[in-house]
Design a protein around this ligand. Sequence first.
Ligand SMILES: *Cc1c(COP(=O)(O)O)cnc(C)c1O
Length: 381
Amino acid sequence: MMKKKIKSVISLLSVVDRLKNIYAGGAVMYSKRSRKIHPYVPGEQPSDRVYIKLNANENPYPPVPDFKKVISDFDYSLYARYPDPECGLLSEKIAKLLNVEKDMVFCGNGSDEVLSFVFYAFFDDDKPLLSPEFSYSFYPVYSEFYGIPLKRIPLAPDYSVDLDGYLGGDSSGVIFANPNAPTGINLSCEYIRNFLTRYSGDKIVVVDEAYVDFGGESVIPLLKDFNNLVVLRTFSKSGSFAGGRLGFAVSSPENIGVLKAVKNSFNHFPVDILAQKLGITICENWDYYKENALKIAFTRDNFSRELKRLGFDVLPSKANFVFVKKTGIPGKTLYEIAKEEGFLIRYFDIPGIRDFVRISVGTDNEMKGLIEIFKRNFSRL
Ligand SMILES: *Cc1c(COP(=O)(O)O)cnc(C)c1O
């Protein structure tokens, strides 16, 4: 009996020993590049209980019911073959929806991937890329990844992107989200046009329109006047397709050609065959998605009014989230109150926005639930 136990302890020890040899800490040399990276941290996805997820700006509504038929009719034998590397049919459908030419569309595996190609294709390491002090937090991650210096320009006192601050001084380009994240504030197309006429015409300006369908104003009509404009879109938010990974850039055929060359130097086939099919289904049913976006905008505005009634400061959002604070209560506390009650929202441990939380807009009922929780907890505080 005792012998058996000793034996098993010994064999366990030898397994540990072997593992130690395989994973000899510190013995492996990683590249200088990989030792320097600071990866993007997405909204948490805990599995300890069921949460209402209002922390990643996902769409609360499911994809169009046609998905069911497209998926069940899908000829799975096609999976043995490579997909169309240029997403030809999908690009055509997107182009039609946006009223541009097919060769002005570049599809990728989520707009995060398209962003990666954009950084590689258009910005250099010798002059700073200009971006808002607070914007999508993947921009600094890619800047560092590609060795592109990033100059972060302060927001205006009302937290809007102040494009006057991007003029003068040398730069290799500009990138910002519109509506911006995490503020939700939208700039008008006219204001951006005015900026483009004053900014250097041979440097790329990227406008990331991830949230434009919830009430923002697109700059796609400006593409015909500005060859240096690149518009970024995604199906992750308004397309209820975060899990399918589909994003795209819209720009001049020349700029799109450069993005294709970069893609073909990295991964020839980034968009999988079923994602292309489902992307086409999204385009063909765009009215369904537009209606959901309208519903979300309506819920957002009601939710914002209720928050104001509870004494919150609410930035005027045109996105599917709101950026809010309540004087005297740190963002982290608001986050903890919500999490305790089964709601995930997001706070940022960053100087300047620590007081805020970013709350994605879910269904009417979910937002009513969260309002009740705040009411209940604030009367206790
Ligand atoms: C969500 C988001 C993206 C990335 O979307 P994916 O297509 O899911 O990669 C890009 N830009 C902004 C501003 C976003 O909020």
